[in-house]
Design a protein around this ligand. Structure first.
Ligand SMILES: Cc1cc2nc3c(=O)[nH]c(=O)nc-3n(C[C@H](O)[C@H](O)[C@H](O)COP(=O)(O)O)c2cc1C
Length: 336
């Protein structure tokens, strides 16, 4: 099958993940891939408006292309939050219609919004009205026991007809609103990639991004032959190095692949800057623990960067120490 949209801006992206894809994680991810689109964690529109979460807006310009994900269901709040996010420099504002957590349902946003396409359209139109940045949506293939493709088709048809939104990021599972935890909701409902492929066939002019359970570069290549883009979540947090080849592999970039030493130099210098602003070392490096997943010394790296006593000293040299110890472990193992 032919890939019709090889260099869509949504060709590869990292998924929004609460407590995980904050700016410290994203800075590290950006050292590995320049082309992949990065997403923030979800932030509720009101939290932005009432200034309770300024930290969510902070980012480094190197993170572009960068999307912020908003939660909410009041078109007025979402419009106001969109203005704030656009002013802060984000390239895209994404509306969360996929989160099934009970807390989110109580606030009537996230996945339960899929029940109310007119409300979603109202929110998206209000967001478009206040910015010329990209406005996109992330949602599931259905809710609870919906087994019917037509429900997904109707939702996409409605939103794409009633709003200018033309980019749909689809987590290829249903959201079970009652009875499953958010974690179980990422594991138990079966993946139905064929539903997402069908959406692309039925709406060839829309940008369709597939998400859910995608782990390897081979799987990415396969999906890209059906849809415009692939979004990856847990794997890019636990095994970030998977992203190191992406610019060459999926964007035909000829830049040399970044080596470990260069990554460490950048992370060290980033940590020095953040420490000067008063950010504790622990809050930064905790998002880098997975970096060397797969190396034989990876456990040493993780151990040293999780050592409370060492972390409390807030010395950025700990990063070099962990890196050298990891490499020593590799060497020792080799000579055994
Ligand atoms: C810790 C965690 C937090 C998440 N937070 C969000 C979120 O804030 N917004 C969102 O749309 N999805 C969230 N998700 C779901 C992911 O974006 C993604 O849709 C899901 O993990 C499936 O992709 P994967 O199989 O590649 O991980 C979260 C997932 C995890 C593991």
């Amino acid at each position: 099958m032919q890939n019709t949209n090889q260099f869509s801006p949504w060709r590869l992206s990292t998924a929004p993940m609460l407590d995980w894809t904050n700016r410290h994680y994203r800075f590290m991810a950006r050292q590995l891939t320049k082309r992949t689109r990065l997403y923030t964690e979800m932030i509720h529109a009101n939290a932005l408006i009432y200034g309770k979460s300024e930290d969510f807006l902070l980012h480094d310009e190197c993170e572009y292309p960068l999307a912020i994900q908003l939660g909410g269901s009041s078109h007025e709040s979402l419009a106001q939050a969109t203005i704030i996010a656009a002013k802060a420099g984000f390239n895209e504002i994404n509306l969360n219609c996929g989160c099934p957590s009970p807390r989110v349902q109580k606030g009537i946003f996230g996945a339960c919004l899929m029940k109310d396409a007119p409300l979603v359209a109202k929110c998206i139109n209000a967001m478009f009205d206040v910015t010329d940045k990209d406005i996109t949506i992330k949602h599931r293939i259905g809710l609870d026991n919906d087994e019917d493709y037509n429900i997904l088709q109707d939702f996409v048809a409605y939103i794409s007809e009633k709003t200018p939104c033309n980019t749909f990021i689809i987590h290829a599972r249903n959201a079970i609103l009652d009875g499953l935890s958010p974690k179980e909701n990422r594991e138990i409902p079966p993946l139905k990639y064929d539903f997402v492929y069908r959406v692309k066939k039925d709406f060839p002019n829309l940008t369709i991004v597939i998400n859910g359970g995608i782990h390897t570069n081979d799987e990415i290549s396969e999906h890209l032959s059906y849809v415009d883009g692939v979004m990856l979540g847990r794997v890019i947090y636990h095994q970030p190095l998977i992203m190191r080849n992406w610019d060459n592999m999926f964007f035909n970039d000829n830049n040399p692949i970044v080596n470990d030493e260069t990554i460490i130099e950048k992370l060290y210098s980033y940590a020095c800057d953040e420490l000067k602003k008063g950010v504790p070392l622990r809050s930064i490096v905790t998002h880098w623990l997975g970096l060397f997943h797969g190396y034989s010394g990876a456990k040493r790296w993780r151990q040293i960067l999780s050592d409370s006593k060492q972390l409390s000293l807030n010395k950025p040299e700990l990063i070099y120490h962990a890196f050298n110890e990891m490499n020593n472990y590799d060497r020792l193992k080799y000579y055994k």
